[in-house]
Design a protein around this ligand. Structure first.
Ligand SMILES: Nc1ncnc2c1ncn2[C@@H]1O[C@H](COP(=O)(O)OP(=O)(O)OP(=O)(O)O)[C@@H](O)[C@H]1O
Length: 364
C-alpha cells in the first residue's frame, strides 16, 4: 500500500507541492527549514488524518490560509489505486475522502494507508508516558485484528460511563458498565498481548541490526493482575474506585517495557542507543505489517542522520533496502545515501517548500 502520488497544499511552508514517489525508498534532502518535515507531515496527515507534531490544526495550516489540503493516490495490492484526500480547516473541521466517499471517522483511512513516523520526538515511545506505548500497541492490534477497533471503542465507552457514575457516587447503577468494561477490557488486553507476542521476533530481528549480540525482553502489562478475572477485580475495587472517582484497573492502565538482561533500558542505554531501540520497535512494527499479506505500509523517517554513527547509518540503510515497505527519509545532506543504493530509490531536493522532480537511482 504505497503512496503513488501526493499533492499538498498550504501545509506549513508548502504552498503547493507534488511528489511522485518510488514505491520503496524516497529521500527528501534539503537545508534546515526547507520543508522536509512538513512534507513528511503531509504524508502522515494523509494516512492518519492528524499530525505527528501537534494536535493544533492552526499550527499546520500555512499562515493566513483558511485550510490545508492533502490528496494522493495509494496503491492497493489487489485492486486499482485508491484516491485519498483530507482537508483540515482552521476551526479543526476535517473532511476525509477515500475512493470518492466522504468518511465520518479516520479508521478506514488508517486501514487503507498505514503510515508510521520515526522522528526526533519518537523517543517518547520509551521515555514518555504509558499512553504513547498503548497507542503503539493499539495501532498494531488495529491492523492485526479487524475486530479490535470495535472492542476498543466498546471498552472506552463502558469505562467512560463507569467513571461518570463513580464521580457522581451512584454505585447501584455500576453493575452493567462493570460487566461491559470487564468483557471488552479483557479482550482489549488479550489482543494487545497477542500483538506484542507476534511483534517480539520481528523486534528481536530489527534490534539485532543495531545491537549485535544483545537480547532485549519485551514485557506487556495488561493494566490489572491477570491472575484474576477483570470483572472480579472491578467488583472488588468498587469502594476504592468510588473514593478516587475513576476506575483503577483495566487496559486503560496497560503498558509495555523493554529490558536488557533484566534491567530497564531507560536507566542504562545511551541517548543514541535509545534512539536505535525506538527505530527497532517501529521498524519491527512495519515489518509485521508487511508480513500480513497485502498490508505493507509506509514509514516516514525524519532527520535520519542525527545521533546515528556511520556504522548504524549503514545498518539502517541496509535494513531499509530489504522488504516491500515504502520509506520517506529526510536528511540535510545526501552524504548518507550516496553509497550503496542498489534498489529503486528516488531523491527529491527540497527548497522553500517545493520538491524537485525525483532523481532515480539506477538498478545495478
Ligand atoms: N503554519 C506555518 N505556516 C508557514 N510556515 C510555517 C508554519 N509552521 C512552520 N512553518 C515554517 O516552515 C518551515 C519549514 O519547516 P520544516 O520543519 O518542514 O523544515 P525542515 O526542512 O524539516 O527543517 P530542519 O532540517 O531544520 O528540521 C520553517 O521555516 C517553519 O518556520
Amino acid at each position: 500500500m504505497s503512496l503513488l502520488k501526493l499533492e499538498a497544499q498550504d501545509v506549513r511552508n508548502i504552498a503547493a507541492a507534488t511528489l511522485l514517489p518510488s514505491p520503496r525508498l524516497n529521500f527528501l534532502v534539503g537545508p534546515n527549514a526547507s520543508g522536509k518535515t512538513s512534507l513528511l507531515e503531509a504524508i502522515y496527515l494523509l494516512g492518519r488524518a492528524r499530525s505527528f507534531r501537534t494536535s493544533q490544526p492552526h499550527q499546520i495550516i500555512r499562515f493566513d490560509q483558511p485550510a490545508l489540503t492533502v490528496v494522493g493516490r495509494v496503491a492497493a495490492d489487489s485492486s486499482p489505486p485508491l484516491p485519498v484526500g483530507l482537508r483540515i480547516a482552521r476551526n479543526g473541521r476535517r473532511e476525509i475522502h477515500l475512493d470518492g466517499r466522504g468518511l465520518h471517522s479516520s479508521a478506514e483511512l488508517l486501514r487503507a494507508f498505514p503510515v508510521l513516523a520515526i522522528q526526533p520526538g519518537s523517543v517518547a515511545l520509551l521515555e514518555g508516558p504509558p499512553k504513547t506505548r498503548r497507542q503503539f500497541l493499539d495501532f498494531g492490534a488495529f491492523h492485526e485484528n479487524p475486530a479490535y477497533l470495535d472492542h476498543w471503542r466498546r471498552y472506552t465507552q463502558a469505562l467512560g460511563q463507569r467513571n461518570a457514575l463513580l464521580r457522581e457516587k451512584r454505585p447501584r447503577e455500576l453493575a452493567p458498565w462493570t460487566h461491559e468494561a470487564a468483557r471488552y477490557g479483557t479482550i482489549v488486553g488479550e489482543t494487545r498481548r497477542l500483538y506484542a507476542e507476534r511483534l517480539e521476533p520481528f523486534f528481536q530481528d530489527t534490534a539485532q541490526r543495531f545491537f549485535k549480540g544483545l537480547v532485549f525482553q519485551l514485557h506487556t502489562q495488561a493494566g490489572w493482575d491477570t491472575a484474576n478475572p477483570l470483572e472480579k477485580l472491578l467488583e472488588q475495587d468498587i469502594p476504592h474506585d468510588l473514593r478516587h472517582g475513576h476506575t483503577q484497573s483495566g487496559p486503560h492502565k496497560g503498558d509495555f517495557s523493554i529490558a536488557l538482561q533484566g534491567r530497564p533500558v531507560k536507566a542504562y542505554l545511551s541517548r543514541g542507543q535509545m534512539k536505535l531501540l525506538v527505530y527497532a520497535l517501529l521498524l519491527a512494527q512495519a515489518r509485521l505489517l508487511e508480513a500480513r499479506a497485502g498490508a505493507a505500509g509506509c514509514v516516514l523517517i525524519d532527520d535520519v542522520a542525527s545521533e546515528l554513527d556511520e556504522d548504524n547509518k549503514k545498518n539502517l540503510l541496509g535494513f531499509l533496502r530489504e522488504g516491500r515497505t515504502q520509506y520517506f527519509i529526510s536528511a540535510t545532506d545526501s552524504k548518507m545515501i550516496q553509497n550503496g543504493l542498489g534498489e529503486e530509490a528516488a531523491l527529491f531536493e527540497i527548497a522553500h517548500g517545493q520538491a524537485s522532480p525525483p532523481t532515480h537511482f539506477p538498478v545495478p
